[in-house]
Design a protein around this ligand. Structure first.
Ligand SMILES: [Zn+2]
Length: 752
């Protein structure tokens, strides 16, 4: 969401201005299929682009991107992108309400909210995710839906070359940063030379200062254009904007100095991640290491103070002190992984690839339903309930932002969620400075590219169930023998990797956290096999919390779920927040509430020494089209645990809230007055996931008997406990069950 109070207020006031009858709301709920997701038929787009003029290599980058259509997702990755296409990504205009149901960028302005530039940010996110998803799936219909917006912008420049809605021209150019990424993808797929020349003219045509909010991120598109055009005026403009970023930007906690101060941050999460890439971008063009150091320090700070177990930083919406109840905005999954991808290309450091995988294999599937029809605005490692009144973060506290909905009132995440896995897929394969191929991230796919000194075309097919399996098989397909570097990654978590070429182990020591470059003459049919054994290990978290992970996957308690009907949900929403103009503006709010129907209040009876021996790993039947299934996860762990009796859901009847939006009874003036009041008190029936119990928590006790509980991959768990209390830390300060002679009750009430 926008980190700008005025814009946020304006947006929210628009949100709450409308009203409709309960009858029309009920009518819409009774016909949920109308306008709902449809399965667009595939029509293949043209032959994949192969060649070097579409993929320039920044002079100081270790790796660079391939043309997007060189990469063809297959297997489970393709299935995920198809679910996006058939769910939110392909249908947000019909299911997500405002602003996705407008003409968006294919119009001079979004008429009914023209004063709010953030509607263009939100639609820009969506268009970027949609166009990449379309190219990767070779789905013409999806591409056409996105290029309706990009081509309109290219075809309607202002007299001076300015691109985009006129309402943004002198007001705020942050939304352009988002939207131009869709043009990068279109150029990568088509080589349409209008694109770099139009972006160049846009930036060089006016003295616009680029000095507000996240406008410094314009450096991304300026340098993208410089890489293709080489006009030094573009590089100079990027330097000028960076100087302002160093000296005069007024975003809290977001500046080169703040990134490098070694202290915790209270910056807005999206702003932090978006701006953190700027140093790496300038380094790749100039080789000036001071620039790169700022980006590197920014991510060290996140690791040191704010990193959640699912691989994305705390951002609710600001960064806060890490606790087991802290969450992130879904936007941050997209922005974090996109920026870290630049650090990967700048440095060639495997740690950044590990970070992207951790976020994309845990946080990303954990924030959406398996069918990709509903997303959370805030998602949390510990969320044992996800309904209209369960957001336990201080921001929007008590509202529906942790429920699974097609769209949320603050529409940023509804747009941004579409970018995460298309971005991941488009950077699966990179190229190095020697025209070699780099398997930067791992997922089933096929890549076609010209490699080696002769730029000879090769096709490499990658078959794997990774991250659910440790085996990755690459098969070469080429017309003539070809000498080129082929690079594979040994993740930092893997201590016993092996790599074989045509069944012969590589004759070199393999070190965790390195890229292994195989330089040889490859033949048609050659096979490279990478084995990355995964070991169970624990990680430590605040409040004596413990989590289990294995390879790139984090594991969460399997909690059976009741998904509430839309009718019941509608009645609940109206009871708590009153009636909005749901049907015409926010149909996406009519999502799903998830309630626990199995016990969740467990403490783990393991420690870092015995985690491997005490955990049973079971591989289940493999379903390529549904690896993130909550019902049939491909892999599960069983670990000893004990119930923590008395550790129950919090049920406050009044709460304080920051940025509360669910109060349609307020006038704009009253809303403004309350917005900055940190003690805004709300009354209602709230149900919140509780904080971890500790030795000093009163009223809790451990059950006598130990049980084996089942943990599933984080992304399979829509309700989850991921940071657990430890039996040995609770036992010391708590009564055991037998002392109070109370039996463990397993009725539904206990789970809620
Ligand atoms: Zn967001």
């Amino acid at each position: 969401m926008a980190n700008n109070d005025l814009s946020r207020r304006g947006f929210i006031l628009n949100a709450i201005a409308g009203s409709t009858s309960l009858a029309s709301l009920q009518n819409a709920l009774a016909n949920p299929g109308e306008g709902g997701p449809q399965n667009d038929a595939d029509t293949p787009v043209a032959q994949s682009a192969v060649g070097s003029d579409l993929d320039p290599h920044a002079p100081f980058a270790e790796f660079s991107e391939l043309p997007i259509r060189s990469i063809e997702p297959q297997g489970s990755l393709k299935a995920y992108l198809e679910k996006q296409r058939d769910g939110i990504t392909g249908h947000l205009d019909k299911t997500g309400g405002f602003p996705f149901d407008t003409d968006g960028w294919a119009s001079p302005e979004i008429s009914d909210i023209s004063h709010n530039p953030y509607a263009y940010e939100q639609t820009g996110y969506w268009i970027d995710g949609m166009i990449r998803c379309g190219y990767l799936l070779q789905d013409d219909k999806l591409v056409e839906k996105a290029t309706r917006h990009t081509n309109y912008v290219l075809d309607h420049p202002d007299k001076d070359g300015y691109l985009g809605p006129l309402v943004l021209k002198t007001k705020l150019r942050w939304p352009h940063v988002v939207f131009f990424r869709a043009l990068f993808a279109q150029w990568s797929a088509s080589g349409d030379r209008r694109i770099p020349s139009a972006i160049k003219r846009h930036f060089l045509s006016s003295p616009y200062p680029y000095a507000l909010g996240r406008e410094a991120c314009s450096i991304e598109a300026i340098l993208w254009t410089y890489e293709r055009d080489k006009d030094p005026a573009l590089l100079n403009l990027a330097h000028d904007i960076y100087r302002k970023f160093e000296t005069s930007f007024k975003l809290n906690g977001v500046s080169p100095a703040a990134y490098c101060d070694g202290k915790p941050s209270d910056a807005h999460g999206v702003s932090y991640n978006e701006m953190a890439k700027l140093g790496a971008l300038l380094y790749m063009q100039t080789g000036e290491k001071d620039y790169l150091n700022v980006s590197v320090q920014a991510y060290r700070k996140l690791d040191a103070f704010h990193m959640l177990v699912d691989g994305v930083n705390v951002s609710s919406e600001e960064m806060r002190e890490l606790t087991p109840l802290e969450s992130h905005e879904t936007c941050d999954i997209a922005d974090y992984t996109w920026t870290v991808g630049y650090l990967l290309m700048a440095t060639g450091n495997t740690d950044y690839a590990d970070k992207i995988e951790r976020a994309c294999f845990n946080a990303a599937p954990g924030a959406v339903t398996e069918d990709f029809n509903y997303l959370q605005y805030f998602s949390c490692p510990n969320q044992v309930i996800a309904a209209h009144n369960t957001n336990h973060n201080v921001y929007f506290r008590g509202d529906r932002t942790m429920s699974y909905a097609t769209a949320h009132i603050a529409a940023c995440c509804s747009g941004n969620v579409n970018r995460i896995m298309p971005n991941f897929a488009s950077r699966l394969w990179l190229k190095d400075k020697d025209n070699g191929l780099v398997a930067a991230l791992y997922a089933p796919s096929q890549v076609k590219h010209r490699v080696g000194k002769q730029l000879q075309e090769v096709v490499v097919t990658e078959k794997t169930r990774y991250p659910f399996s440790d085996r990755i098989v690459f098969t070469m397909d080429m017309k003539q023998d070809c000498e080129f570097p082929f690079t594979v990654r040994i993740p930092g978590w893997c201590k016993s990797a092996s790599v074989m070429v045509n069944n012969q182990p590589l004759n070199e020591a393999l070190t965790a956290g390195t890229y292994v470059k195989i330089n040889r003459k490859f033949h048609d049919g050659d096979e490279v096999v990478v084995i990355l054994p995964q070991e169970v290990k624990t990680s430590d978290w605040p409040l004596d919390g413990i989590a289990l992970e294995r390879g790139p996957l984090v594991y969460s308690l399997k909690i059976d779920q009741d998904w509430e009907s839309t009718t019941a949900l509608m009645e609940s929403i109206v009871k708590v927040v009153g009636v909005y103009n749901f049907t015409s503006r926010y149909p996406g709010l009519l999502g799903r509430n998830a309630y626990p129907k199995s016990p969740w209040n467990y403490a783990l009876d393991i420690n870092s020494e015995n985690a491997g021996s005490a955990t049973k790993v079971t591989e289940n039947e493999w379903h390529e089209d549904a690896p993130w299934s909550s019902k049939e996860p491909p892999i599960q762990l069983q670990v000893p645990a004990r119930r923590v009796i008395g550790w129950d859901l919090d049920r406050p009847s009044e709460i304080t809230v920051e940025g509360g939006i669910d109060d349609p009874g307020l006038t704009p003036k009253e809303y403004d007055a309350k917005y900055d009041d940190p003690s805004w008190l709300r009354k209602g029936d709230f149900v919140l996931t509780p904080q971890l119990p500790t030795e000093s928590t009163s009223g809790i006790r451990l059950a006598d008997e130990s049980e084996l509980v089942t943990l599933v991959p984080y992304g399979c768990a829509k309700l989850r406990l991921t940071i657990f209390p430890r039996v040995d830390r609770i036992a010391g300060g708590a009564h055991t069950e037998s002392e109070s002679n109370q039996k463990v009750s397993l009725n539904h009430q206990d789970f809620n």
